[in-house]
Ligand binder design. Structure first.
Ligand SMILES: [Mn+2]
Length: 172
């Protein structure tokens, strides 16, 4: 099963519309990890499953969500409510309480994927305003592949090209 993960578009609706159109039918689900600055009833959220970010003004976005399928339990939260700009510790506690095995988070605009205490944390980076070491890519999203024995994560640029060095595999 493959899942698309995108975050922190901050008003760049066009790229979300494009990703939805291009990936529809090719992935099991698409997650939007907050800070769209759009309305919760925007058409892109007919497909993208959103959570609220610190810059979202529409109170109808959920704070978080738990997405469960047979092979995986994915906890999704922007990160500001757990102060992930300071550390992951509060988010880690929430993920453990939810019995998640994958966590999707945004907020820092810095992409990353790491396994901590048996839980895989993925930040797709910002699709529009990236920061940090990979800011030169000008925006990224991620595809998660859930397999019986492992998780694969591949980051992509806005023009839907996989970034060769941004690919990782995690034993589960
Ligand atoms: Mn943001």
């Amino acid at each position: 099963m493959e899942y698309l993960i995108v975050s922190d578009a901050h008003g760049d609706r066009g790229i979300l519309e494009k990703l939805v159109a291009d990936y529809r039918g090719r992935v099991q689900a698409m997650f939007y990890v907050g800070d769209s600055e759009l309305k919760h009833d925007d058409e892109v959220f007919d497909t993208l499953l959103p959570v609220v970010g610190n810059m979202d003004r529409d109170p109808m976005f959920p704070d978080d969500r738990l997405y469960q399928e047979q092979q995986v339990s994915i906890y999704i939260a922007h990160g500001h409510l757990y102060h992930t700009e300071r550390s992951l510790s509060q988010l880690e506690a929430a993920a453990q309480a939810q019995n998640a095995n994958v966590v999707l988070t945004g907020h820092t605009h810095q992409l990353g994927a790491e396994m901590i205490d048996g839980i895989l944390y993925i930040n797709p980076g910002s699709i529009a305003f990236p920061r940090g070491q990979y800011a030169y890519l000008k925006g990224t999203y991620a595809i998660l592949s859930v397999l019986p024995d492992r998780f694969d994560v591949q980051f992509y640029t806005r023009d839907e090209q996989p970034v060769e060095e941004l690919k990782a595999s995690f034993k589960r």
